[in-house]
Design a protein around this ligand. Structure first.
Ligand code: PMP
Length: 282
């Protein structure tokens, strides 16, 4: 298995960047995770558009042309023979002597790795989530490699027997999971997820689900929801490139609905898989 590092395909075990890389020193970089199904990339354009936006906001140059990026992704997937799994790509501001200010002349670092994975069994059985305070910075719309709050949150979830932690803002509203967007179906039948803002990462899967919901005539509202509303929800689920639409059957110590995956979640998952294996992939 190979990794891609700055123009070279190298064996994964030997793939490395410099100790002065700003990704390592400052978390001064951004990343994307794109799901691969049947050898094809799901929502590739959406992920590259988000990468473009994040790089622009942070004033990091593209490491290569977008066309070349697409080519490298395909080459690495081909070399590694990945039919189902994911590709991880990371761009940092580059390597330079440690100084907070942008280096005058650093070339961005581009790294890619792949991983094989089948669609998790979670998506069928449902998962538990816990809730934790959202202690992240105020630009959660940027997909940076500064993920310490998410590392701590996910570890706490694991130690408490849960799959994910939903982060809660100072006003008591759920922002999102540590690595997924959060959704509920309210007691009165509306699909609710928090609107895109600086408070959440606008998931590419989230955007696809909203399009699917609109096309299928599902009533949805993009607005914040609090824990009381979440506890009273009929259904809940999380979404991300790797978890698709994964039903949530427990939030803290309360069962969601009857404690089993709900009908809307199942329907959206099926529609999303059809999208992933059909026109949305390339
Ligand atoms: N929110 C956060 C904080 C995430 O890390 C992720 C996963 N990248 C998501 C939401 C879901 O985004 P996507 O659907 O693009 O994977």
């Amino acid at each position: 298995r190979d990794a891609y590092v700055n123009g070279r395909y190298v064996p994964h075990a030997q793939a490395a960047v410099h100790v002065e890389d700003r990704g390592f020193q400052f978390a001064d970089g951004v990343y994307e995770v794109v799901c691969i199904r049947n050898g094809r990339l799901i929502d590739e354009d959406g992920h590259l558009d988000r990468l473009d936006r994040c790089l622009g906001e942070l004033r990091i140059a593209w490491p290569c042309e977008r066309r070349v990026m697409r080519l490298i992704m395909r080459r690495l997937i081909g070399r590694n023979g990945v039919r189902n799994g994911l590709i991880y790509l990371q761009v940092t501001r580059g390597t330079a002597a440690r100084d907070f200010r942008f280096p005058a002349a650093a070339r961005p670092t581009l790294v890619m790795t792949t991983r094989r994975a089948a669609l998790a069994a979670n998506a069928r059985a449902g998962v538990r989530v816990i809730t934790i305070p959202d202690i992240r910075w105020k630009r959660c719309d940027l997909k940076t490699v500064g993920l310490l709050a998410q590392v701590l949150g996910k570890q706490e979830a694991a130690e408490r027997g849960a799959f994910e932690a939903w982060q809660v803002d100072e006003d008591g509203f759920v922002t999102e999971g540590t690595s997924s967007n959060a959704w509920i179906l309210t007691a009165d039948g509306a699909l609710v997820t928090r609107p895109a803002s600086h408070d959440i990462l606008n998931g590419i899967t989230r955007q696809s689900i909203l399009r699917i919901a609109a096309a299928e005539g599902v009533r949805f509202e993009e607005r914040p929801f609090d824990l009381d509303e979440a506890y009273a929800a009929r259904e809940a689920f999380v979404s991300s490139a790797t978890s698709f639409v994964t039903p949530v059957v427990r939030i803290d110590d309360r069962a969601v609905g009857d404690g089993t995956p709900g009908a809307l979640g199942r329907r959206l998952l099926e529609a999303y898989v059809a999208h992933a294996e059909g026109a949305g992939a390339s």
